[in-house]
Design a protein around this ligand. Structure first.
Ligand SMILES: O=P(O)(O)OC[C@H]1O[C@H](OP(=O)(O)OP(=O)(O)O)[C@H](O)[C@@H]1O
Ligand SMILES: O=c1cc[nH]c(=O)[nH]1
Length: 187
C-alpha cells in the first residue's frame, strides 16, 4: 500500500484502488438516511423497505435496524432481484423475496450505488409486477452521477463525483468482510 492506494483485480483486470469512505463515515451516512426517512414519512405504518440484491439488501437491513433502535418500528423488508427486468440481459430466475403486499404501500427502494439508473428502472418494473405501491422512494449510499435515465434518489448517503472510467466499490461486512467505499481506476 502507498498512501492508501493499492492494486487488485476487478472483473479480471488489475485496477488502482483507494478507500474514500471509511467504516465510521459509512455508518454515519446510513444513520443520516434513516433520520431523513423518519422526517419525511408521516405514515410509517405504510413503509416497506425493498433492498436491491446484492448489497442493497444489507443496506436495507441496516436501515431497518436503525428504525427499530430510533423509533421502535418494525418495518417490513423485501429483497428484490432486478435481473429478470433488465434491458441488457436475458431473463433469469427471479430470486426476489417480497412477502408483503406492496399495493397501497410507501416503498423505499434501497441500493448501494446509483450510476446510470438502469438498475433502478428495472427495480421499479419488478415492483409494479407485484402490485401498485402508493409511492416509491429511492435511498442510495452513493450517487456517482452519469445518469442515462431520468431517475434521482430521495436519500443519498454520499455524492461522489466520478469519471466514466472509474468504479465505485461498496464493501459491506455481511458480504465482503468489511465496511468501506473504494474508488477504482485503471490508471
Ligand atoms: O445505476 P446502474 O448503472 O444500474 O448501476 C448501479 C448498480 O450497479 C451495481 O450492481 P451490480 O449490477 O454490479 O450487481 P451487484 O450489486 O450484485 O454487485 C450496484 O449495486 C447497483 O445496483
Ligand atoms: O461504479 C459503479 C457503477 C455501478 N455499480 C457499482 O457498484 N459501481
Amino acid at each position: 500500500m502507498d498512501g492508501g492506494i493499492f492494486y487488485s483485480k476487478i472483473k479480471g483486470a488489475y485496477m488502482k484502488q483507494k478507500e474514500i469512505i471509511d467504516e465510521i463515515t459509512m455508518k454515519r451516512a446510513i444513520t443520516r438516511i434513516t433520520y431523513e426517512i423518519i422526517e419525511r414519512n408521516k405514515e410509517m405504518d405504510k413503509l416497506v423497505l425493498v433492498g436491491i440484491r446484492t448489497r442493497g439488501v444489507y443496506l436495507a437491513q441496516r436501515i431497518q435496524e436503525r428504525l427499530k433502535q430510533l423509533e421502535g418500528l418494525d418495518i417490513p423488508l423485501g429483497e428484490l432481484d432486478t435481473k429478470p427486468f433488465r434491458d441488457d440481459k436475458q431473463a433469469e430466475n427471479d430470486t426476489s423475496e417480497i412477502d408483503v403486499d406492496v399495493t397501497g404501500k410507501d416503498i423505499i427502494l434501497v441500493d448501494d450505488v446509483l450510476y446510470t439508473g438502469r438498475t433502478i428502472r428495472a427495480a421499479i418494473d419488478g415492483l409494479v409486477h407485484l402490485g401498485r405501491p402508493a409511492r416509491v422512494q429511492l435511498a442510495v449510499l452513493v450517487d456517482r452521477g452519469h445518469r442515462e435515465l431520468p431517475i434521482r434518489a430521495d436519500y443519498v448517503g454520499k455524492n461522489i463525483p466520478t469519471a466514466h472510467d472509474e468504479e465505485i466499490i461498496v464493501q459491506m461486512t455481511e458480504h465482503d468482510g468489511q465496511d468501506s467505499i473504494l474508488i477504482a481506476s485503471d490508471n
